[in-house]
Design a binder for this molecule. Sequence first.
Ligand SMILES: [Zn+2]
Length: 391
Amino acid sequence: MIKEILTYDIYSDDNPAVLQEKCRLVNDFQSQETKQCIEDLNDTLDELIKTEGNKRGAIGLSANQIGYDLAMSAVTLGDQRYMLINPKLIKENGKERLFRIGCFSLYKYRAMVRYNDEVVISYYDEDGNKKELSLQGDRSCVVQHEMDHLVGDLLFERLEHKKEDLFVPRESLYKDGSIPPENHGPLFEENRKKGLNKVMDAPTYYSSLFNDYSDYVSLTEKTAKERKELLDMIIRHTPANARILEADESTSVLSVYLNKNGYRNDACIFDPDMKDLDERINAQNKTAVNYHSGNITRLPFSDKTFETIFSYGILETLDDEKLSLALKEGLRIADIYIFEVPTIDFSGNTLKGNERLRDRESWENQLSQMSLKIIEVKEKDGFLIFAVKSE
Ligand SMILES: [Zn+2]
């Protein structure tokens, strides 16, 4: 039977206990309860794959997510289904990697979480036979996540900050039309009618923006031309030999451009799916930008590592609370934060719908409420560019 999936609300203290407790080990493989749980897990996961797909080739669901207090998870790896009963980690290679992960019980959110890249587990199949399974990459991540469920951890144990480390990804904002109203820009409805607010993962989105996608040298030049005012402001406020960080969820082509022009660059990207593409852009341009994965509200650097941090295409998608955290964090690791945001006059076709389009006055008020000093501001063609410091 297809069961309802229990969900966890991070803002509530009243969440299903079964999601947060260690599950009982299965010791009777023939019991009615065990058989029913196996059947329901299979049916429910089948239904999830039908509606959600299995893009990464690995997807799973655990018994407590459908209300059973039993240590078993159903996972589909490639096109093979495994019922992992009483799974146990028996070997790990010790190499951890950051994975972007979602969970059906936290359906709106994603998080960047560390898991072992390669593990071996033991488990019992539905007939009670003991087996082993070697797993790598996404498969390793998905199975470790399901095993976390069975000890009552949704993924919070792997996060430093329960709320701050979760993020709502662009692609899921649109699934049920549930962009929070405060994040609707004035053009949201209009763009939706035109079909501009589409569900797209970042690499698809960027490949749709740049026709000549395989020529990353031209792409870099083209983007640098379009973002000339932003680059000029960065260069104006950054001494020669200074270190610059680009904090971004898109391609880091501006970092590549700055690097070509003699700046020491790092780029921190928030969508790890973009990392491969960024590295190819770097390689074709023969540049040496260092890439890091991170979170805009918690950057993986110590205080004042950089002179300048810059962003575009991201701060306008954050609510007030996250915006404040992001700017504060940027100014912890750098002296000056330079960023570009679209305004209510923006008329391009690259909006995704979760942007908050605001005028200059509204941005200036917000920045002063956050006790930030505006060093320079420039408005051009539907964009605002700010350089700010801590007061
Ligand atoms: Zn999960």
